[in-house]
Design a protein around this ligand. Structure first.
Ligand code: ZN
Ligand code: ZN
Length: 345
């Protein structure tokens, strides 16, 4: 193997280059993966726009975190993987020893190890992720499908934490790939889905996944519309998958008495929201937020992908070579309402 490869290096705010860098070396317990596909993600676009992410990445650094590929090197100490296997590796792994991990909150681990560098020909998967969060891809599952496991794990966890019941009415605000994954899960679970989005194309996609009612956010007051669709009561559950204070407020205002809200979308730092305390209290609204995933949910997400419930044919609608990543990021930044792009290094 040549010891150089092409990789995207993030230097700062809207500043990245696809350039030759050294192929990563691997230490004990690590594996090296030839990336077959890396998917773009809303978080990457956010990091590109801001130039940093407090926990995930400190530039200059290789970039990208949703990937699937082939094992091309294993270090000593790796027993469960061998060269030539097709694998999907998560972007993080918890320590399983800290206060939070011991309470089953591995997503909040004090020492969560993040891995970036999927927009590259090769990526090193560190030992801890090899042990806890890397899986073989069954032969009937494609690389593109497998690469959906990481974002899907966040969604499956958020869905279960919100604990809807079959038959419940779920309002889902925001119909990017995350919101649409929620639509799909809610339909699989037997819920009625009211999808709230800004664009007609997004609502059409939600309808394809089975959404029962569609609300164009700009055309009406979504809170009033949801109440009129639910005998005045409000939705049983509302999931906010946008990450804006206004949509957080809508979500809290559109659930019924005793309902549950999940603030799934992270707002920009220092954002504040206005919540009606009387409403929260006298209507007994449960407010939740979900961040990231745990190894158990990576496995659940992989099972959903292997069963064919979530496929790249729906969630990935563009494919570009690695060399075009800068243009792809700019495009994703300037438009809303499109899905994932497959970057092929
Ligand atoms: Zn992601
Ligand atoms: Zn921990």
């Amino acid at each position: 193997m040549n010891n150089h490869m092409m990789a995207a290096v993030l230097y700062g705010k809207e500043h990245l280059h696809v350039e030759p860098v050294a192929v990563p070396t691997i230490d004990s317990g690590d594996i090296l993966v030839r990336v077959k596909v890396a998917l773009t993600c809303g978080t990457d676009v956010k990091v590109f726009r801001r130039g940093y992410h407090a926990r995930m990445i400190v530039p200059p650094a290789v970039f990208g975190h949703e990937l699937a590929g082939d094992v091309v090197a294993v270090s000593e100490g790796v027993a469960n993987f061998s060269i030539g296997q097709r694998v999907v590796a998560s972007n993080s792994a918890p320590c399983d020893a800290c206060f939070f991990c011991r309470r089953g909150l591995q997503n909040l681990c004090e020492d969560l190890l993040f891995n970036n560098g999927a927009y590259a020909e090769y990526i090193r998967i560190p030992a801890r992720i090899v042990q806890k969060n890397t899986y073989l891809i069954p032969s009937h599952v494609g690389y593109y499908d497998a690469a959906l496991v990481e974002p899907l794990a966040c969604v499956v966890r958020g869905f279960e934490e919100t604990a809807p019941r079959p038959g419940d009415t779920i309002a889902i605000i925001g119909l990017g790939s995350i919101g649409l994954m929620f639509v799909k899960l809610a339909k699989l679970y037997g819920c009625r889905v009211i999808a709230v989005g800004r664009r007609k194309t997004q609502l059409e996609r939600a309808a394809v996944l089975g959404a029962d009612d569609l609300i164009v956010a700009a055309e009406s007051d979504p809170v009033k519309t949801i109440r009129s669709l639910t005998h005045g009561r409000g939705a049983d559950v509302a999931i906010e998958a946008v990450g804006k204070p206004q949509t957080w407020e809508w979500a809290a205002n559109m659930v019924r008495r005793g309902g549950t809200v999940n603030f799934f979308g992270g707002c920009p730092n220092d954002s504040k929201v206005n919540l009606d305390t009387a409403l929260l209290h006298y209507s007994e609204i449960t407010c939740k937020a979900s961040f990231h995933h745990t190894p158990a949910y990576i496995r659940k997400a992989l099972d959903l992908v292997c069963a064919g419930h979530i496929t790249a044919s729906f969630f990935v609608n563009r494919e570009e070579p690695l060399a075009n990543l800068l243009e792809v990021m700019r495009h994703l930044m300037s438009h809303n309402g499109h899905l994932k792009t497959a970057i092929v290094p």
